[in-house]
Structures are given as structure tokens and as C-alpha cells.
Design a binder for this molecule. Structure first.
Ligand SMILES: [Fe+2]
Length: 270
């Protein structure tokens, strides 16, 4: 299946068939992520004028914020976590030199990074005990499920690959693809550090929250293994230089509209 799919010569006319193949469960890997990116770029180039492009960006945002709202409805813990991760990722991206706009796009990706968990059964998602091997494998499908949902909606590949690769590890021991080092998109490397810091400092049914210092030590020990050393160092610098860097567990009231959610996620003062 993998080779068959990779060898498909995809034309712009057939891209909907291709996207629907992937979103329905065909193999998703780096080769067809490249194909998706190429198709998207060609479609972007075919758009007439700045207004069409602007509309397309707005459409992307609308889709992603709708998904963020669906996460909120499905699982408030994942939603609150995603809000904090979005804020951390946005701060970190700015710190390593990303433009405001790019950092805001990363925050948007972070808001839906665990979208695939909305398709994981409650008895696994909320389990207080250690997951069995089978349950862990099911749980580890969430980046793939999230990416497929986004592909099905034809959002920009930046969001797809950030969601797909947010559990990859610098040393190649992550999932779903086992990418290594700079093979992992920078957006996903930033998101990983933000994600892990929030998980470490959050209370979950199966674990207590770590203190800031204990979480700091875990990030430091994971640098070069789980995390891109440069990104981990940048995050630690931020953590050390800002006394109130760590966000409270509930960062704000539940917004009534998707627009509000995006505004809150993207309004971090830097
Ligand atoms: Fe995740």
C-alpha cells in the first residue's frame, strides 16, 4: 500500500481523490506529506490576487478554530492543555526569532495538536492507571488521526505536519514516523517542548504535577534525546528569565466563540 500510494502521480485535478484517500486511512508518511504540500502550493499559486489568498488563510483559521471548539466540547482537560501549549509555543517561537504572524500560526496549530484524541475512547483517554500496550498503541495514533482530519479539510500543510509530528523525538525514538533531528519540522520541535512542559507541570488522573524546578530538570535531561537541544535551551532561558512564565491550570474562562478563542491564544504579550 505504501509504495503504491507513493508512486501515484498526483495531478491537481485529482487532488481531492488523493486527499480523501489519505483522510480515509491510506498510509500517511513524509512522501505524501510532500505531495500534499506541493498540491497546496500549486493551488495557492493559482489563486488570483491577494484577496483570494487572504480568504484562504481566513478559511484555514475558521476550520482550525472550529476544531478547537470541538476539542473543548469533547474534553475540557485536553482543551485547557492545548490553550497553555499554544501560549508556550507562541512565546518560544518568538524567542527563537519567528515573526509574530508565524508564531501565531504555530499557536493555532498547537490549539488542535491533540485533535486526534477526540476519536480515542474515554476509557483509554481518561484512564487513571498505566495504559496497556494495546491501549498505548491506540493512544499513539492520535497525531495520525488529527493529521488525517486536517487533510480531509484541506488546511495548509504547515498545520498538518505540525500536528502529525508533535510526538517525534530528536533521537528518532518518537512516533508516528521515527523522524530524527532536523528531519522533524521546526514547528513540531517547538511544539514538543511546549507540550511536554505543560504535561509535566499539570496534574493528571495518573500523575501529580511536577514543580517548575523538577520539570526544568526533566527538560534538561531530555535535551538531545527527546528534544532539539537548541529549542530546549531556548525554553529553559525563557523559564529562567520570567518568574511567572508557568501558566495556571485554568488560564481563562471558556470563550463563547471560536474567534474569541483564537484572540486569546494569539494575544500573548512578548
Ligand atoms: Fe499529543
Amino acid at each position: 500500500m505504501n509504495n503504491v500510494l507513493c508512486s501515484i502521480e498526483v495531478s491537481i485535478e485529482s487532488h481531492f481523490d488523493f486527499f480523501s484517500l489519505i483522510s480515509k486511512g491510506a498510509v500517511l508518511n513524509m512522501n505524501n506529506i510532500d505531495a500534499i504540500t506541493n498540491l497546496y502550493t500549486r493551488k495557492e499559486q493559482s489563486l488570483q490576487g491577494g484577496q483570494a489568498r487572504f480568504d484562504r488563510e481566513r478559511e484555514n483559521k475558521h476550520i482550525l478554530l472550529s476544531f478547537a471548539n470541538s476539542i473543548q466540547e469533547r474534553d475540557i482537560v485536553t482543551y485547557d492543555h492545548s490553550r497553555r501549549v499554544a501560549t508556550y509555543a507562541q512565546r518560544l517561537a518568538r524567542y527563537v526569532g519567528w515573526s509574530r504572524r508565524d508564531a501565531r500560526d504555530l499557536a493555532l496549530a498547537a490549539l488542535v495538536h491533540d485533535l486526534g484524541k477526540t476519536w480515542i475512547a474515554n476509557d483509554i483517554l481518561h484512564k487513571a492507571d498505566t495504559l496497556s500496550d494495546g491501549e498505548r498503541k491506540t493512544m499513539e495514533r492520535h497525531p495520525l488521526i488529527g493529521a488525517r482530519i486536517l487533510i480531509g479539510c484541506d488546511v495548509h500543510p504547515f498545520y498538518v505536519e505540525t500536528v502529525l509530528y508533535h510526538h517525534e523525538a530528536w533521537d528518532g525514538r518518537g512516533y508516528p514516523s521515527g523522524l530524527k533531528g532536523e528531519e522533524i519540522p521546526l514547528s513540531a520541535r517547538i511544539l514538543t517542548v511546549a507540550d511536554v512542559y505543560d504535561v509535566l507541570t499539570s496534574q493528571r488522573p495518573y500523575k501529580a504535577a511536577l514543580s517548575k524546578d523538577a520539570a526544568r530538570e526533566r527538560l534538561l535531561s531530555g535535551s538531545g534525546a527527546s528534544f532539539d537541544p537548541m529549542i530546549a535551551r531556548a525554553f529553559l532561558n525563557l523559564l529562567d528569565s520570567q518568574p511567572h512564565f508557568t501558566l495556571p491550570q485554568r488560564i481563562c474562562a471558556i470563550p463563547s466563540t471560536a474567534k474569541t478563542a483564537y484572540h486569546v491564544a494569539s494575544s500573548v504579550r512578548l
